[in-house]
Ligand binder design. Sequence first.
Ligand code: HEM
Length: 451
Amino acid sequence: MTRMIAGRFNIPKPNQKIDSVPGDYGIPILGHTLKFLLNPRGSVKEIYKKYGEVSKVSIFYNKAIVFLGPDATQEILRDTNNNFSAKLAWAEFFGDLAVRSLTMMDFDEHKLNRRLMQSAFKKQAINSYLPSMTQVMEEDSRDWAELENPKAFPLIKEMLLNAAAEVFLGLDIKKDVAQVNEHFVNILNSSVAIVRFPFPGNKMWKALRGKAFLIDFFGKIAKEKRANPGTDMFSRMCEAKDEDGNTLSNEAIVDHMIFMLVAAHDTNTATATNMLYAIAKHPEWQEKMRKEVLAIDKETMTYDDLSRMPSTELVFKETLRFYTPLPVIPRRSINECTIRDVTVPANTMIWIIPDFCHFMEEYWTTPETFDPMRFAPQREEHKKHAFAWHPFGGGAHMCMGMHFADMQIKLIMHTLLRKYRFSLPENHNEKYQFFPIPKPKDDLPICIECI
Ligand code: HEM
């Protein structure tokens, strides 16, 4: 608990004086928060219709400026004049839950840490994670067809947690999975808690206990890895050294690992669940994907085999457009600056919304239709603008695990589609949630039969 409190980021409250920006602040106190949580896509579309690509809002008790569309998004994420801080923005969002991860760093400090972490994400490293991850996935999914009333989300969640224990931590922590899982879920659920301070039993309180547990748990692992390194991601971070001889401290590695595990886990669990949802709804795509995984005809794929899954790649991209795991990305201005002809005061919260760009009719043909072919070489709708499709963000903070995610999702599909056919139960529920993770609200009950 000590470090959890000492780890608090002492960050000034964001500027609330943005009256000169077009827009409105929604209802008293809650502003746009409820509207946004209840109907994220609809409420953002409404704002765009009313005010265009720049407008003020009031959300999660803070006034902010929303920038919509790929031009504004590009200016903010590329940030050629160092006007925007990821650290100040995410600190506001996570509060006491923040750890000193890459998203909580800016500019030179960020560059140094990111460079040190890079070796864990290179092709050679990713290739080395494949065999153990394949083994975990095979074992975990062995009996899926025999389960009574299976739900895709918890099945994938557990499978990815086990895979992460192996690949990220290099440990068999199966006995701790339930506990780790519970703490992850608590941390995640707190991200959109309306009450932002802890009191015993509430979401923030549970999440802070989760953070303290993970710091302690990973701290012990860091010591073991220094003494006895393996080929897992944790060990690679312990051994990382740049050309000037800089290394990461144990404390830094613990913070990076906590963030990475959470970031990787939620995004990939959501993506794999949403992909199963999509291919259960669109069996023609499921068959195309099955054909290509059967053609690979190998128990364990190598990195090079991943390029032999073109249909899976198209479905992956369309799933990331249609159900983007991080629908909103925050920043905070450091200096006063002008973006899209609007003066942005210093220290102001900024929201950019990938999910909005992913549905703009200016860039996408019938955006409300799930259509993987829009990414195929003959159409390439995502190339109309560098930021029309940006599920992994962009600029200095662009997702570091992008290729890892691609590998993991293809591996999941390779494992599952060689064995099973997925379909939706007759009475399936169409309700979908965007927060805290975009996924079917009922966790996706699914019919699983052996092929
Ligand atoms: C489909 C899966 C994923 C999606 C959609 C996704 C999305 C994102 C986005 C949008 C950002 C940028 C946040 C910002 O600009 O503030 C980000 C950052 C990051 N992601 Fe991912 N992510 C995914 C998977 C992963 C995985 C598997 C890992 C690790 C293995 C990972 C590690 C990270 C890290 C370390 C950062 C921080 C980068 C930085 O600040 O320099 N992500 N991710």
